[in-house]
Design a protein around this ligand. Structure first.
Ligand code: C5P
Length: 229
């Protein structure tokens, strides 16, 4: 199994970093958060309460709607009802409910089984999430934990989403939302957000995107004896 695990708090740049590292080393990118978001979309669409979740009903709906991951280029895109679900899973409604849904052990088992099946089938993957190095792929050859100050993360996310310079009030409000989600993710009983002891910790507030991608890609090439670019 060839796995690079990239964990970190909300808006730490995990997904974009994981995608760029995957491209640099010829692996596929797997965004585990997208699976939890898609499950949350299904729960909301079915009128299920995310806090008192009816798990059998959710998983039955997820199977019925064909929730899965389809390879598209170097990425795996979440599918619902046979179509890419990217837009449906990035709404504020889903973001607000996803921590509650992802805190349920049976939901995590379902998502983890799907991710492991891909890697066990021999697909080399860069996977990003909260518990990838600690729970899903503890045997990953390279584990990275990305972090950055919440205000830095908020500013990056708002610029990315809005394409304009946000006001200070907007940045602080977003930083508070990120901290609340990190708190929920880090304090849950099952698979909390944690930096595994054998992970390389990278403070991304001090690195350019290119530097962080390049550093991780170099390490991955060494670990998995990949050819130089
Ligand atoms: O990475 P993203 O912000 O899209 O993840 C959405 C949510 O999915 C997180 O806030 C967290 O609750 C959950 N998640 C998780 N474990 C992962 C990845 C995401 O619990 N490995």
């Amino acid at each position: 199994m060839r796995v690079v695990a990239i964990d970190g708090p909300a808006a730490s740049g995990k997904s974009s970093t994981a995608r760029a590292v995957a491209r640099a080393i010829g692996f596929h990118h797997l965004d585990s958060g997208a699976l939890y978001r898609a499950l949350t979309r299904v729960a909301l669409d079915a009128g299920l309460d995310p806090v008192n979740l009816d798990v059998p009903a959710l998983l039955e709906q997820a199977e019925r709607r064909g929730l899965g991951l389809r390879p598209e280029g170097e990425d795996f895109v979440p599918l619902l009802d046979g179509a890419p679900a990217e837009q449906l899973i990035r709404t504020p409604e889903v973001t607000a409910a996803v921590s509650a849904v992802s805190a349920v052990p049976a939901v995590r088992d379902w998502a983890n089984a799907r991710m492991r099946a891909l890697a066990e089938a021999g697909v080399p993957v860069v996977v990003d999430g909260r518990d990838i190095g600690s729970v899903v792929f503890p045997e990953a050859g390279l584990k990275v934990f990305l972090y950055a100050d919440s205000v830095v993360r908020a500013l990056r996310r708002l610029v990315q989403q809005g394409g304009r310079e946000p006001s200070n009030e907007e940045v602080f409000a977003e930083a508070e939302r990120l901290k609340a989600r990190d708190k929920a993710d880090a304090s849950r009983a099952v698979a909390p957000l944690v930096s595994p002891p054998d992970a390389l910790e990278l403070d991304t507030s001090r690195l350019t995107f290119e530097e962080q991608v390049d550093g991780i890609a170099r390490l991955a090439r060494t670990v998995y004896r990949l050819p130089a670019p």
